[in-house]
Design a protein around this ligand. Structure first.
Ligand SMILES: *[C@@H]1O[C@H](CO)[C@@H](O)[C@H](O)[C@H]1NC(C)=O
Ligand SMILES: *[C@@H]1O[C@H](CO)[C@@H](O)[C@H](O)[C@H]1NC(C)=O
Ligand SMILES: *[C@@H]1O[C@H](CO)[C@@H](O)[C@H](O)[C@H]1NC(C)=O
Ligand SMILES: *[C@@H]1O[C@H](CO)[C@@H](O)[C@H](O)[C@H]1NC(C)=O
Ligand SMILES: *[C@@H]1O[C@H](CO)[C@@H](O)[C@H](O)[C@H]1NC(C)=O
Length: 478
Protein backbone atom coordinates (compact mmCIF):
# COMPACT_ATOMS: atom_id res chain seq x y z
CA UNK A 1 0.00 0.00 0.00
CA UNK A 2 2.73 2.37 0.97
CA UNK A 3 4.77 1.32 -2.05
CA UNK A 4 1.84 1.91 -4.37
CA UNK A 5 1.36 5.50 -3.18
CA UNK A 6 5.06 6.16 -3.66
CA UNK A 7 4.78 4.92 -7.26
CA UNK A 8 1.68 7.07 -7.84
CA UNK A 9 3.54 10.08 -6.46
CA UNK A 10 6.60 9.42 -8.61
CA UNK A 11 4.63 9.13 -11.85
CA UNK A 12 3.48 12.78 -12.09
CA UNK A 13 6.81 13.92 -10.67
CA UNK A 14 8.70 12.30 -13.54
CA UNK A 15 6.52 14.25 -16.01
CA UNK A 16 7.55 17.49 -14.26
CA UNK A 17 11.08 16.96 -15.50
CA UNK A 18 10.06 17.21 -19.17
CA UNK A 19 8.75 20.40 -20.66
CA UNK A 20 5.03 19.98 -20.08
CA UNK A 21 5.29 20.73 -16.40
CA UNK A 22 3.10 21.04 -13.33
CA UNK A 23 4.71 24.11 -11.82
CA UNK A 24 6.69 26.85 -13.54
CA UNK A 25 8.32 27.96 -10.31
CA UNK A 26 9.93 24.51 -10.05
CA UNK A 27 10.66 23.61 -13.69
CA UNK A 28 11.68 26.79 -15.53
CA UNK A 29 11.55 29.70 -13.06
CA UNK A 30 14.06 31.82 -14.98
CA UNK A 31 11.44 33.28 -17.34
CA UNK A 32 9.33 34.88 -14.59
CA UNK A 33 9.79 38.11 -12.69
CA UNK A 34 10.92 37.75 -9.08
CA UNK A 35 9.50 40.79 -7.27
CA UNK A 36 10.39 40.68 -3.56
CA UNK A 37 12.43 37.50 -4.18
CA UNK A 38 9.37 35.46 -5.24
CA UNK A 39 9.17 33.70 -8.62
CA UNK A 40 5.86 35.11 -9.87
CA UNK A 41 4.16 33.57 -12.93
CA UNK A 42 0.72 34.93 -13.85
CA UNK A 43 -2.01 33.36 -11.70
CA UNK A 44 -5.67 32.48 -12.18
CA UNK A 45 -5.73 29.61 -14.66
CA UNK A 46 -6.22 26.14 -13.25
CA UNK A 47 -7.62 22.86 -14.57
CA UNK A 48 -6.38 20.08 -16.82
CA UNK A 49 -7.26 22.02 -19.94
CA UNK A 50 -4.34 24.43 -19.35
CA UNK A 51 -0.85 23.00 -19.84
CA UNK A 52 2.40 24.54 -18.67
CA UNK A 53 5.19 24.22 -21.22
CA UNK A 54 8.87 24.98 -20.68
CA UNK A 55 9.54 25.62 -24.37
CA UNK A 56 12.57 23.45 -25.13
CA UNK A 57 14.57 23.17 -28.36
CA UNK A 58 17.87 21.29 -28.67
CA UNK A 59 17.56 20.46 -24.95
CA UNK A 60 17.53 24.13 -23.96
CA UNK A 61 14.47 25.79 -22.39
CA UNK A 62 14.01 29.22 -24.03
CA UNK A 63 10.70 30.58 -22.66
CA UNK A 64 7.51 29.40 -20.96
CA UNK A 65 3.93 29.06 -22.25
CA UNK A 66 0.57 28.39 -20.63
CA UNK A 67 -1.40 26.57 -23.32
CA UNK A 68 -5.18 26.15 -23.64
CA UNK A 69 -5.71 22.69 -25.19
CA UNK A 70 -9.45 23.32 -25.66
CA UNK A 71 -9.09 26.54 -27.66
CA UNK A 72 -5.73 25.40 -29.12
CA UNK A 73 -4.08 28.78 -28.51
CA UNK A 74 -1.72 29.92 -25.74
CA UNK A 75 -2.98 32.00 -22.80
CA UNK A 76 0.45 33.61 -22.50
CA UNK A 77 4.17 33.16 -23.16
CA UNK A 78 6.73 34.51 -20.65
CA UNK A 79 10.36 35.37 -21.44
CA UNK A 80 13.41 37.40 -20.46
CA UNK A 81 14.29 40.41 -22.58
CA UNK A 82 18.07 41.01 -22.76
CA UNK A 83 18.30 43.40 -25.73
CA UNK A 84 17.79 43.01 -29.48
CA UNK A 85 20.00 40.33 -31.09
CA UNK A 86 18.88 40.50 -34.71
CA UNK A 87 18.10 36.77 -34.88
CA UNK A 88 16.85 35.31 -38.16
CA UNK A 89 13.35 33.98 -38.70
CA UNK A 90 13.18 30.20 -38.90
CA UNK A 91 11.39 28.31 -41.67
CA UNK A 92 10.76 25.30 -39.48
CA UNK A 93 7.53 25.09 -37.50
CA UNK A 94 7.21 22.89 -34.42
CA UNK A 95 4.52 21.43 -32.21
CA UNK A 96 4.66 20.16 -28.62
CA UNK A 97 4.92 16.32 -28.65
CA UNK A 98 4.14 15.95 -24.94
CA UNK A 99 0.71 17.55 -25.36
CA UNK A 100 -0.24 14.40 -27.34
CA UNK A 101 1.83 11.76 -25.60
CA UNK A 102 3.56 12.35 -22.24
CA UNK A 103 6.19 9.71 -22.88
CA UNK A 104 7.64 11.55 -25.90
CA UNK A 105 10.86 13.56 -25.54
CA UNK A 106 11.28 17.02 -23.98
CA UNK A 107 12.03 18.90 -27.22
CA UNK A 108 9.56 20.57 -29.48
CA UNK A 109 9.43 18.71 -32.82
CA UNK A 110 8.05 18.62 -36.36
CA UNK A 111 4.42 17.65 -36.81
CA UNK A 112 5.55 14.55 -38.68
CA UNK A 113 7.36 13.28 -35.57
CA UNK A 114 4.04 12.91 -33.72
CA UNK A 115 1.17 10.66 -34.75
CA UNK A 116 -2.31 12.00 -34.14
CA UNK A 117 -2.34 15.71 -33.17
CA UNK A 118 -5.54 16.72 -31.38
CA UNK A 119 -4.60 18.85 -28.35
CA UNK A 120 -2.95 21.70 -30.24
CA UNK A 121 -3.09 23.67 -33.47
CA UNK A 122 -1.48 22.34 -36.65
CA UNK A 123 -0.04 24.20 -39.63
CA UNK A 124 -3.00 22.93 -41.67
CA UNK A 125 -5.38 24.88 -39.45
CA UNK A 126 -3.72 28.15 -40.46
CA UNK A 127 -3.24 27.30 -44.13
CA UNK A 128 -5.58 29.32 -46.36
CA UNK A 129 -7.31 30.68 -43.25
CA UNK A 130 -6.36 34.28 -44.05
CA UNK A 131 -4.72 34.57 -40.61
CA UNK A 132 -1.06 34.99 -39.80
CA UNK A 133 0.58 32.65 -37.31
CA UNK A 134 0.99 35.46 -34.76
CA UNK A 135 3.85 35.05 -32.28
CA UNK A 136 3.33 35.71 -28.56
CA UNK A 137 7.01 35.50 -27.56
CA UNK A 138 8.30 37.37 -30.64
CA UNK A 139 11.25 36.41 -32.83
CA UNK A 140 12.25 40.07 -32.62
CA UNK A 141 12.90 39.95 -28.84
CA UNK A 142 14.65 36.55 -28.83
CA UNK A 143 17.81 36.21 -26.70
CA UNK A 144 19.58 33.81 -29.14
CA UNK A 145 19.11 32.10 -32.50
CA UNK A 146 18.06 28.89 -30.78
CA UNK A 147 15.52 30.94 -28.83
CA UNK A 148 14.31 32.61 -32.05
CA UNK A 149 13.88 29.15 -33.64
CA UNK A 150 11.98 27.98 -30.56
CA UNK A 151 9.41 30.79 -30.93
CA UNK A 152 8.26 28.96 -34.08
CA UNK A 153 6.29 26.42 -32.12
CA UNK A 154 2.55 26.56 -32.78
CA UNK A 155 2.01 26.49 -29.00
CA UNK A 156 3.41 30.07 -29.01
CA UNK A 157 1.07 31.12 -31.83
CA UNK A 158 -2.44 32.53 -32.18
CA UNK A 159 -4.44 33.55 -35.29
CA UNK A 160 -3.67 37.20 -36.03
CA UNK A 161 -4.84 39.44 -38.85
CA UNK A 162 -1.89 40.19 -41.10
CA UNK A 163 -2.50 43.95 -41.05
CA UNK A 164 -2.45 43.94 -37.26
CA UNK A 165 0.55 41.58 -37.02
CA UNK A 166 2.68 43.54 -39.48
CA UNK A 167 1.33 46.93 -38.43
CA UNK A 168 0.27 48.06 -34.99
CA UNK A 169 1.38 44.97 -33.07
CA UNK A 170 4.77 45.06 -34.75
CA UNK A 171 4.94 48.71 -33.71
CA UNK A 172 4.19 47.78 -30.08
CA UNK A 173 6.98 45.16 -30.12
CA UNK A 174 9.39 47.82 -31.37
CA UNK A 175 8.25 50.51 -28.96
CA UNK A 176 8.47 48.08 -26.05
CA UNK A 177 11.99 47.03 -27.07
CA UNK A 178 13.01 50.71 -27.14
CA UNK A 179 11.56 51.35 -23.67
CA UNK A 180 13.08 48.16 -22.23
CA UNK A 181 16.52 48.98 -23.64
CA UNK A 182 16.46 52.58 -22.51
CA UNK A 183 14.79 52.29 -19.11
CA UNK A 184 15.78 48.77 -18.03
CA UNK A 185 18.68 47.03 -19.80
CA UNK A 186 20.86 50.14 -20.22
CA UNK A 187 20.53 50.99 -16.49
CA UNK A 188 21.30 47.48 -15.24
CA UNK A 189 17.78 46.20 -14.56
CA UNK A 190 16.48 42.74 -15.47
CA UNK A 191 13.45 42.76 -17.80
CA UNK A 192 10.65 40.16 -17.76
CA UNK A 193 7.85 40.09 -20.31
CA UNK A 194 4.51 38.26 -20.43
CA UNK A 195 2.50 38.32 -23.67
CA UNK A 196 -0.94 36.77 -24.14
CA UNK A 197 -4.25 36.72 -25.96
CA UNK A 198 -7.92 36.76 -24.94
CA UNK A 199 -9.99 34.25 -26.92
CA UNK A 200 -12.77 35.71 -29.08
CA UNK A 201 -16.04 34.04 -30.06
CA UNK A 202 -15.04 32.47 -33.39
CA UNK A 203 -12.95 29.51 -34.42
CA UNK A 204 -10.56 29.10 -37.31
CA UNK A 205 -10.97 25.84 -39.30
CA UNK A 206 -13.52 24.77 -36.66
CA UNK A 207 -10.55 24.14 -34.38
CA UNK A 208 -8.49 27.13 -33.27
CA UNK A 209 -10.07 29.99 -31.28
CA UNK A 210 -9.47 33.45 -32.80
CA UNK A 211 -8.33 36.04 -30.22
CA UNK A 212 -10.22 39.26 -29.56
CA UNK A 213 -7.29 40.87 -27.70
CA UNK A 214 -3.51 40.70 -27.80
CA UNK A 215 -1.73 42.00 -24.69
CA UNK A 216 1.78 42.31 -23.32
CA UNK A 217 3.30 43.54 -20.04
CA UNK A 218 6.78 43.95 -18.59
CA UNK A 219 8.39 44.21 -15.19
CA UNK A 220 11.93 45.52 -14.63
CA UNK A 221 13.67 44.64 -11.37
CA UNK A 222 16.86 45.90 -9.78
CA UNK A 223 19.48 43.71 -8.13
CA UNK A 224 17.48 43.71 -4.90
CA UNK A 225 14.42 42.29 -6.67
CA UNK A 226 12.60 45.60 -6.30
CA UNK A 227 10.24 46.62 -9.08
CA UNK A 228 11.55 49.77 -10.76
CA UNK A 229 9.48 49.98 -13.89
CA UNK A 230 6.47 48.23 -15.40
CA UNK A 231 3.97 48.87 -18.14
CA UNK A 232 1.51 47.14 -20.40
CA UNK A 233 0.12 47.40 -23.91
CA UNK A 234 -2.85 45.80 -25.53
CA UNK A 235 -4.72 45.72 -28.82
CA UNK A 236 -8.44 45.14 -29.10
CA UNK A 237 -10.99 45.20 -31.87
CA UNK A 238 -12.28 48.66 -32.65
CA UNK A 239 -16.04 49.15 -32.10
CA UNK A 240 -16.26 51.98 -34.61
CA UNK A 241 -15.06 49.73 -37.43
CA UNK A 242 -18.50 49.23 -38.99
CA UNK A 243 -19.09 52.92 -39.76
CA UNK A 244 -15.54 53.35 -41.00
CA UNK A 245 -15.96 50.37 -43.33
CA UNK A 246 -19.04 51.90 -44.87
CA UNK A 247 -17.33 55.22 -45.62
CA UNK A 248 -14.27 53.44 -46.96
CA UNK A 249 -16.50 51.36 -49.18
CA UNK A 250 -17.89 54.55 -50.68
CA UNK A 251 -14.36 55.88 -51.19
CA UNK A 252 -13.47 52.64 -52.93
CA UNK A 253 -16.48 52.83 -55.21
CA UNK A 254 -15.48 56.33 -56.32
CA UNK A 255 -11.91 55.17 -56.92
CA UNK A 256 -13.21 52.31 -59.02
CA UNK A 257 -15.19 54.84 -61.09
CA UNK A 258 -12.01 56.89 -61.48
CA UNK A 259 -10.22 53.76 -62.73
CA UNK A 260 -13.05 53.15 -65.19
CA UNK A 261 -12.85 56.71 -66.58
CA UNK A 262 -9.06 56.41 -66.94
CA UNK A 263 -9.61 53.21 -68.89
CA UNK A 264 -12.12 55.00 -71.15
CA UNK A 265 -9.62 57.82 -71.73
CA UNK A 266 -7.03 55.23 -72.74
CA UNK A 267 -9.54 53.67 -75.13
CA UNK A 268 -10.29 57.01 -76.83
CA UNK A 269 -6.60 57.83 -77.09
CA UNK A 270 -5.98 54.48 -78.70
CA UNK A 271 -8.75 55.27 -81.25
CA UNK A 272 -7.13 58.67 -81.94
CA UNK A 273 -3.81 56.93 -82.57
CA UNK A 274 -5.54 54.47 -84.86
CA UNK A 275 -7.07 57.26 -86.98
CA UNK A 276 -3.76 59.10 -87.11
CA UNK A 277 -2.07 55.96 -88.30
CA UNK A 278 -4.72 55.64 -91.05
CA UNK A 279 -4.04 59.24 -92.06
CA UNK A 280 -0.34 58.52 -92.23
CA UNK A 281 -1.02 55.39 -94.27
CA UNK A 282 -3.05 57.30 -96.83
CA UNK A 283 -0.39 60.01 -97.02
CA UNK A 284 2.20 57.35 -97.54
CA UNK A 285 0.11 55.95 -100.42
CA UNK A 286 -0.17 59.43 -101.91
CA UNK A 287 3.59 59.84 -101.73
CA UNK A 288 4.05 56.46 -103.34
CA UNK A 289 1.83 57.36 -106.30
CA UNK A 290 3.59 60.72 -106.70
CA UNK A 291 6.90 58.98 -106.68
CA UNK A 292 5.62 56.63 -109.43
CA UNK A 293 4.50 59.65 -111.43
CA UNK A 294 7.93 61.25 -111.03
CA UNK A 295 9.58 58.01 -112.07
CA UNK A 296 7.54 57.80 -115.32
CA UNK A 297 8.25 61.46 -116.10
CA UNK A 298 11.92 60.84 -115.57
CA UNK A 299 11.73 57.90 -118.01
CA UNK A 300 10.00 60.16 -120.52
CA UNK A 301 12.76 62.74 -120.08
CA UNK A 302 15.38 60.09 -120.50
CA UNK A 303 13.89 58.94 -123.81
CA UNK A 304 13.67 62.56 -124.99
CA UNK A 305 17.32 62.90 -124.12
CA UNK A 306 18.22 59.79 -126.10
CA UNK A 307 16.34 61.15 -129.03
CA UNK A 308 18.27 64.42 -128.71
CA UNK A 309 21.55 62.54 -128.60
CA UNK A 310 20.79 60.65 -131.82
CA UNK A 311 19.65 63.85 -133.48
CA UNK A 312 22.92 65.45 -132.45
CA UNK A 313 24.82 62.59 -134.05
CA UNK A 314 22.80 63.04 -137.19
CA UNK A 315 23.61 66.74 -137.04
CA UNK A 316 27.33 65.99 -136.63
CA UNK A 317 27.39 63.72 -139.70
CA UNK A 318 25.41 66.26 -141.68
CA UNK A 319 27.94 68.89 -140.60
CA UNK A 320 30.79 66.80 -141.99
CA UNK A 321 28.89 66.08 -145.14
CA UNK A 322 27.78 69.61 -145.74
CA UNK A 323 30.40 72.31 -145.18
CA UNK A 324 28.46 74.89 -146.97
CA UNK A 325 25.55 74.37 -144.76
CA UNK A 326 27.96 74.60 -141.79
CA UNK A 327 26.89 78.01 -140.58
CA UNK A 328 23.29 77.07 -140.78
CA UNK A 329 24.08 73.77 -139.04
CA UNK A 330 26.16 75.60 -136.43
CA UNK A 331 23.27 77.71 -135.47
CA UNK A 332 20.99 74.68 -135.52
CA UNK A 333 23.53 72.79 -133.46
CA UNK A 334 23.60 75.67 -130.99
CA UNK A 335 19.90 75.45 -130.81
CA UNK A 336 20.09 71.68 -130.26
CA UNK A 337 22.79 72.16 -127.63
CA UNK A 338 20.78 74.63 -125.71
CA UNK A 339 17.81 72.31 -125.98
CA UNK A 340 19.98 69.48 -124.81
CA UNK A 341 21.17 71.61 -121.88
CA UNK A 342 17.60 72.39 -121.09
CA UNK A 343 16.81 68.66 -121.19
CA UNK A 344 19.83 67.91 -118.99
CA UNK A 345 18.89 70.46 -116.41
CA UNK A 346 15.33 69.20 -116.51
CA UNK A 347 16.66 65.70 -116.04
CA UNK A 348 18.69 66.94 -113.04
CA UNK A 349 15.63 68.65 -111.67
CA UNK A 350 13.68 65.38 -112.01
CA UNK A 351 16.52 63.51 -110.34
CA UNK A 352 16.59 65.87 -107.36
CA UNK A 353 12.81 65.77 -107.14
CA UNK A 354 12.98 62.02 -107.21
CA UNK A 355 15.51 62.17 -104.36
CA UNK A 356 13.27 64.56 -102.47
CA UNK A 357 10.34 62.17 -102.95
CA UNK A 358 12.52 59.28 -101.82
CA UNK A 359 13.55 61.06 -98.62
CA UNK A 360 9.97 62.15 -98.00
CA UNK A 361 8.86 58.60 -98.49
CA UNK A 362 11.48 57.52 -95.95
CA UNK A 363 10.28 60.22 -93.56
CA UNK A 364 6.70 59.00 -93.98
CA UNK A 365 7.87 55.46 -93.45
CA UNK A 366 9.60 56.38 -90.19
CA UNK A 367 6.58 58.44 -89.04
CA UNK A 368 4.45 55.44 -89.80
CA UNK A 369 6.79 53.23 -87.79
CA UNK A 370 6.68 55.70 -84.91
CA UNK A 371 2.88 55.65 -85.03
CA UNK A 372 2.92 51.87 -85.04
CA UNK A 373 5.21 51.72 -82.01
CA UNK A 374 3.16 54.39 -80.26
CA UNK A 375 0.04 52.43 -80.95
CA UNK A 376 1.75 49.38 -79.49
CA UNK A 377 2.78 51.43 -76.46
CA UNK A 378 -0.81 52.61 -76.04
CA UNK A 379 -2.03 49.04 -76.36
CA UNK A 380 0.41 47.80 -73.75
CA UNK A 381 -0.48 50.70 -71.48
CA UNK A 382 -4.10 49.87 -71.91
CA UNK A 383 -3.27 46.27 -70.96
CA UNK A 384 -1.33 47.57 -67.96
CA UNK A 385 -4.31 49.67 -66.88
CA UNK A 386 -6.55 46.67 -67.33
CA UNK A 387 -4.28 44.41 -65.25
CA UNK A 388 -3.86 47.08 -62.61
CA UNK A 389 -7.57 47.45 -62.40
CA UNK A 390 -7.82 43.68 -61.96
CA UNK A 391 -5.09 43.80 -59.31
CA UNK A 392 -6.96 46.58 -57.52
CA UNK A 393 -10.16 44.56 -57.67
CA UNK A 394 -8.52 41.43 -56.28
CA UNK A 395 -6.73 43.41 -53.59
CA UNK A 396 -9.95 45.10 -52.76
CA UNK A 397 -11.54 41.68 -52.31
CA UNK A 398 -8.64 40.51 -50.16
CA UNK A 399 -8.78 43.67 -48.07
CA UNK A 400 -12.52 43.15 -47.73
CA UNK A 401 -12.17 39.68 -46.30
CA UNK A 402 -9.29 40.74 -44.08
CA UNK A 403 -11.02 43.78 -42.73
CA UNK A 404 -14.10 41.81 -41.88
CA UNK A 405 -12.04 40.23 -39.13
CA UNK A 406 -9.76 43.10 -38.16
CA UNK A 407 -9.34 46.67 -37.05
CA UNK A 408 -7.44 46.55 -33.82
CA UNK A 409 -6.71 49.65 -31.74
CA UNK A 410 -3.68 49.68 -29.46
CA UNK A 411 -3.36 51.16 -25.99
CA UNK A 412 -0.74 51.59 -23.32
CA UNK A 413 -1.92 50.92 -19.81
CA UNK A 414 -0.65 50.30 -16.29
CA UNK A 415 -0.26 46.71 -15.15
CA UNK A 416 -2.83 46.87 -12.33
CA UNK A 417 -5.67 48.22 -14.48
CA UNK A 418 -4.90 45.79 -17.26
CA UNK A 419 -5.05 42.88 -14.81
CA UNK A 420 -8.53 44.01 -13.78
CA UNK A 421 -9.65 44.30 -17.38
CA UNK A 422 -8.18 40.93 -18.38
CA UNK A 423 -9.86 39.27 -15.37
CA UNK A 424 -13.25 40.46 -16.67
CA UNK A 425 -12.50 39.33 -20.21
CA UNK A 426 -11.15 35.88 -19.25
CA UNK A 427 -14.07 35.19 -16.88
CA UNK A 428 -16.36 34.86 -19.88
CA UNK A 429 -14.23 32.06 -21.34
CA UNK A 430 -13.12 30.21 -18.20
CA UNK A 431 -16.25 30.60 -16.09
CA UNK A 432 -15.86 27.05 -14.83
CA UNK A 433 -13.07 28.32 -12.57
CA UNK A 434 -14.46 29.57 -9.26
CA UNK A 435 -13.29 32.94 -7.87
CA UNK A 436 -11.26 33.53 -11.00
CA UNK A 437 -8.81 36.40 -10.73
CA UNK A 438 -6.05 36.95 -13.26
CA UNK A 439 -2.77 38.54 -12.22
CA UNK A 440 0.21 39.25 -14.47
CA UNK A 441 3.11 39.04 -12.00
CA UNK A 442 1.32 37.34 -9.09
CA UNK A 443 -0.17 40.67 -8.11
CA UNK A 444 3.21 42.39 -7.91
CA UNK A 445 5.22 44.60 -10.26
CA UNK A 446 3.15 47.74 -9.92
CA UNK A 447 4.94 51.07 -10.20
CA UNK A 448 3.63 54.52 -9.45
CA UNK A 449 5.06 55.97 -12.66
CA UNK A 450 2.94 53.73 -14.89
CA UNK A 451 0.77 55.70 -17.29
CA UNK A 452 -3.00 55.53 -17.18
CA UNK A 453 -4.67 54.04 -20.23
CA UNK A 454 -3.92 55.95 -23.40
CA UNK A 455 -4.51 55.11 -27.00
CA UNK A 456 -1.36 54.89 -29.08
CA UNK A 457 -1.63 56.86 -32.28
CA UNK A 458 -0.12 54.41 -34.65
CA UNK A 459 2.31 55.15 -37.41
CA UNK A 460 0.79 54.17 -40.75
CA UNK A 461 0.57 50.38 -40.93
CA UNK A 462 2.67 49.89 -44.04
CA UNK A 463 2.69 46.35 -45.27
CA UNK A 464 4.27 44.91 -48.41
CA UNK A 465 1.63 46.53 -50.56
CA UNK A 466 2.25 49.99 -49.10
CA UNK A 467 -0.75 52.26 -48.97
CA UNK A 468 -2.94 49.62 -50.60
CA UNK A 469 -3.32 48.22 -47.07
CA UNK A 470 -5.73 51.06 -46.38
CA UNK A 471 -7.89 50.24 -49.39
CA UNK A 472 -11.46 49.43 -48.57
CA UNK A 473 -13.53 46.43 -49.33
CA UNK A 474 -16.24 45.01 -51.49
CA UNK A 475 -19.28 43.59 -49.75
CA UNK A 476 -20.50 40.25 -50.86
CA UNK A 477 -23.85 40.51 -52.56
CA UNK A 478 -26.31 38.04 -51.15
C1 LIG B 1 15.80 37.59 -6.53
O1 LIG B 1 14.82 36.56 -6.39
C2 LIG B 1 15.21 35.31 -6.97
C3 LIG B 1 14.04 34.36 -6.84
O2 LIG B 1 13.69 34.13 -5.53
C4 LIG B 1 16.47 34.78 -6.29
O3 LIG B 1 16.87 33.59 -6.89
C5 LIG B 1 17.58 35.82 -6.35
O4 LIG B 1 18.68 35.41 -5.63
C6 LIG B 1 17.08 37.17 -5.82
N1 LIG B 1 18.10 38.18 -6.01
C7 LIG B 1 18.56 38.88 -4.96
C8 LIG B 1 19.65 39.86 -5.27
O5 LIG B 1 18.11 38.73 -3.84
C1 LIG C 1 17.44 27.77 -36.75
O1 LIG C 1 16.63 27.27 -37.78
C2 LIG C 1 17.21 27.33 -39.05
C3 LIG C 1 16.19 26.78 -40.03
O2 LIG C 1 15.05 27.56 -40.07
C4 LIG C 1 18.48 26.54 -39.10
O3 LIG C 1 19.09 26.70 -40.34
C5 LIG C 1 19.42 27.01 -38.02
O4 LIG C 1 20.55 26.19 -37.98
C6 LIG C 1 18.73 27.00 -36.69
N1 LIG C 1 19.62 27.59 -35.70
C7 LIG C 1 19.84 27.05 -34.50
C8 LIG C 1 20.81 27.77 -33.62
O5 LIG C 1 19.27 26.04 -34.13
C1 LIG D 1 3.38 7.35 -26.99
O1 LIG D 1 4.74 7.29 -27.40
C2 LIG D 1 5.35 6.06 -27.11
C3 LIG D 1 6.83 6.19 -27.42
O2 LIG D 1 7.02 6.62 -28.72
C4 LIG D 1 4.66 4.96 -27.87
O3 LIG D 1 5.23 3.70 -27.59
C5 LIG D 1 3.18 4.92 -27.50
O4 LIG D 1 2.49 4.01 -28.30
C6 LIG D 1 2.56 6.30 -27.69
N1 LIG D 1 1.20 6.30 -27.19
C7 LIG D 1 0.18 6.71 -27.90
C8 LIG D 1 -1.16 6.67 -27.23
O5 LIG D 1 0.29 7.10 -29.04
C1 LIG E 1 12.23 18.78 -38.85
O1 LIG E 1 12.20 18.97 -40.25
C2 LIG E 1 13.29 19.68 -40.78
C3 LIG E 1 13.04 19.92 -42.24
O2 LIG E 1 12.50 18.80 -42.87
C4 LIG E 1 14.56 18.93 -40.50
O3 LIG E 1 15.66 19.65 -40.98
C5 LIG E 1 14.72 18.68 -38.99
O4 LIG E 1 15.83 17.91 -38.73
C6 LIG E 1 13.46 18.00 -38.44
N1 LIG E 1 13.54 17.84 -37.00
C7 LIG E 1 13.73 18.81 -36.08
C8 LIG E 1 13.73 18.37 -34.65
O5 LIG E 1 13.89 19.95 -36.38
C1 LIG F 1 -8.72 21.91 -40.97
O1 LIG F 1 -8.87 20.86 -40.04
C2 LIG F 1 -8.93 19.58 -40.63
C3 LIG F 1 -9.19 18.58 -39.51
O2 LIG F 1 -8.18 18.64 -38.53
C4 LIG F 1 -7.65 19.28 -41.37
O3 LIG F 1 -7.71 18.02 -41.99
C5 LIG F 1 -7.41 20.36 -42.41
O4 LIG F 1 -6.17 20.17 -43.02
C6 LIG F 1 -7.43 21.74 -41.74
N1 LIG F 1 -7.19 22.80 -42.69
C7 LIG F 1 -7.99 23.21 -43.66
C8 LIG F 1 -7.50 24.35 -44.48
O5 LIG F 1 -9.08 22.72 -43.87
Amino acid sequence: MKLLSVVLLLLPLSLCLAEVVNDFTQSCPGFFATPNDVVSPPTGFTGDRFKRICQTLNDKAEFATLYDTTYRIPVYSAYRFTGLKKCKRSKNWYIEPQLENGTLGPNMDNESAVGNIVNQAKNGDYKKSGYDRGHLAPVFHATSQNCANATFTLTNIAPQIHLFNSGKWNMIEKEMANVLNKDCINVGLRAFVVTGVVPGNNKMNNSVQIPSHFWTAFCCLDNNNKTIRSSAYYGKKDDSVKEKDESEKEKDESEKEKDESVKEKDESEKEKDESEKEKDDSEKEKDESEKEKDESEKEKDESVNEKDESEKEKDESEKEKDDSEKEKDESEKEKDDSEKEKDDSEKEKDESEKEKDESEKEKDESVNEKDESEKEKDDSEKDKDESEKEKDDSEKEKDDSEKEKDEFVVYQWNVKNMETELTQLYKIHVNNIPDFRFTLFAGECYTETEPMEKQIVEKPAKDKKGTKACKPKKRQKL
